[in-house]
Design a protein around this ligand. Structure first.
Ligand SMILES: CC(C)(COP(=O)(O)OP(=O)(O)OC[C@H]1O[C@@H](n2cnc3c(N)ncnc32)[C@H](O)[C@@H]1OP(=O)(O)O)[C@@H](O)C(=O)NCCC(=O)NCCS
Length: 175
């Protein structure tokens, strides 16, 4: 099964994370208290990185065909973001973004947009015809970001995640 182990743009480089990167990933997640509170209703836990390593695309689904990339600024080592994605989920030909998260200090500088565009190109080059993801309604900056990246709404439903119930929005983008 084809999946990416690296990705690069003009602003960033990304490499597959291994268990050696656990502490760096944990530190990044702990910088993103805002995101965890907004989406899960609680701050990141002490084993949050471990949970991300083994997370499936959605609650209750297994992490088959998973790629977990750590994102750094070009010519710099520290992790500033993470991209977790799945090949052929929820169906063949669709690549699903489970998590795209940047440290608060790395946001709003165009890195996210470039990561999505490079990821879309790589997915298409490896046979994908569509990207999909979920965003929760209260994540207004996230929803705005994905729409600017060309994603359109497929459906909405209510679901519990962590300590809160949210309205989930499934988005798709054709490649
Ligand atoms: C959502 C997220 C992934 C976007 O990544 P990002 O690197 O901040 O995205 P960009 O910088 O490419 O774009 C974000 C905004 O910054 C603006 N921006 C881009 N380059 C900019 C620059 N040089 N200066 C100022 N603003 C800029 C863009 O206009 C964009 O605005 P919009 O979202 O209203 O369209 C990131 O903010 C994040 O990690 N948020 C928390 C986690 C999250 O919500 N993830 C999505 C879950 S579904």
């Amino acid at each position: 099964m084809m999946h990416l182990t690296t990705l690069a743009g003009t602003l960033f480089t990304a490499h597959e994370l291994t268990s050696d990167d656990g502490p760096a990933l944990q530190a990044l997640l702990e910088e993103c208290v805002d995101y965890h509170e907004l989406v899960l209703g609680h701050p990141p836990g002490p084993a949050e990185a471990q949970a991300v390593f083994y997370a499936g695309p959605e609650a209750g689904s297994s992490p088959d065909n998973k790629m977990l990339l750590g994102i750094a600024l070009k010519d710099s080592a520290p992790l500033v973001g993470v991209l977790d994605a799945f090949v052929d989920y929820p169906e063949r030909g669709v690549w699903y973004i489970g998590l795209l998260l940047f440290s608060p200090t790395a946001r709003n500088a165009g890195i996210g947009r470039e990561v999505v565009e490079r990821f879309a190109l790589a997915a298409a080059a490896n046979g994908a015809r569509e990207l999909q993801l979920n965003v929760v309604e209260q994540n207004e900056p996230g929803l705005r970001f994905w729409k600017r990246c060309g994603f359109v709404e497929m459906r909405r439903w209510r679901q519990w995640l962590g300590a809160r119930e949210s309205l989930f929005i499934r988005l798709r983008r054709s490649l």
